[in-house]
Design a protein around this ligand. Sequence first.
Ligand SMILES: [Zn+2]
Ligand SMILES: [Zn+2]
Length: 459
Amino acid sequence: MSGFHTLESNSSVHANETGLTATHVLKIMGRMLYIMDPKENAFKDMDSIPEQTYIQQTLPYFFTMIILEWIVLILKGKTPRLSDGMMNVAHGLIMSLTDVFTSGFLFGVYLFIHRNFCIYELPWDSTFTWIVAAIGVDFGYYWVHRAAHEINLLWAAHQVHHSSEDYNLSTALRQSVFQAFGSWPFYLPLAFFIPPQHVVVHHEFNLLYQFWIHTEVVKNIGFLENILNTASHHRVHHGANRYCLDKNYAGVLIIWDRMFGTFEWERSDIKIVYGLVDQPQFFNPISHQLFYYGKVLEKARSMDNWMDFFFAFVKGPGWFPGTERLGDITFVPEEPVRDVYAPKISPLLHVYTVLHFIISIIAADLVVRTLQDMEQWTSLLVILYIIGTLTSLGVLYDGTRWAWIAELSRCMVSLVYLDVLAQFMIFPPHTLQLAFTGSAIVASACLASDLMGKKEKAE
Ligand SMILES: [Zn+2]
Ligand SMILES: [Zn+2]
């Protein structure tokens, strides 16, 4: 028996961690770099895992670091786009709100295999198990990620993460709602020997680590570039340049890419162009989450035989009949020249969207933390409301024709159900009433101005 804590001592560690002490802050920052004491981060069973996920515990740190990075970028004379950054976070919120419905179901298969077909159960309280789980999950992640790029149907989900044309810490939060559906089978081999609670927490640690690598501020970290996935390697992964395509799939350890032939160093002679090869021209987050499934179906239906119809789903996104499995990338320029999608947005619109964005973040945070105690229907409706709000903000940025009609309707619904909404806010009901009444007036005025503008155009 190794010298690990008992379950009771683990609980006390977490009780002590709650408060904003320097130790607590350091522990969370350490976790974001996968630096932690295995003894404090191993659990006896699934029920012992902290109720609030590690990612939820880290949210305030994500936001603080995003703001700090923005300050650094502005001081360097760069201007990160508020619209793009806000939509990155919107995708993260939508993903964590929907994740609560899917994760339990998806992980059920792992639990079933582990319960019934486990070959050798590694002891939960051994450092060896903790390390094997960390490496096993990272290895699984490499294949999850590689499959997400090389199988068109899985790419339909993962392309969301690549659809920002900026590259900063907020990009890390731009996640797909549907990616988990294609990911879980890749972790199943671990079920034959690794306790499920280890896989759950290491999967979170793995994702936490990947936050810091989404930045242009850190250039390189010397010798560690050979072992770890770093900002430099991940910038290559996000590039739409030819040399960047299908490279650097790693989560934490870059060694997997080096072993399996998908590694590429960042080049100093070529400026990386971020985003998708065929960049969608909209911000609407729901469209981003869904539109590529339509493209997959369209591609499949354009095939003239059943075999190619099937291949359209399972071969690479760039594949077409007559090309290699991953398609022909020679048509992709080494240095693409294109304009970033940037519709004209007035500073006043930013003020409006930021106000409602903050309201959404507060509501989403509370919903995720109190979901267990809520009626299922209430939670579902509130989650749909928040997703609707974030979508409305994206549509406002896009300047879509019906954007202000949707926004006015949303403000009216918010005013009607103000009492319910107030339960998910730190603001008193009368402040919310004021905010939504003011917003409804603004939305009406903008709608009227849009209609007048259209009428004038028609004349
Ligand atoms: Zn990727
Ligand atoms: Zn990324």
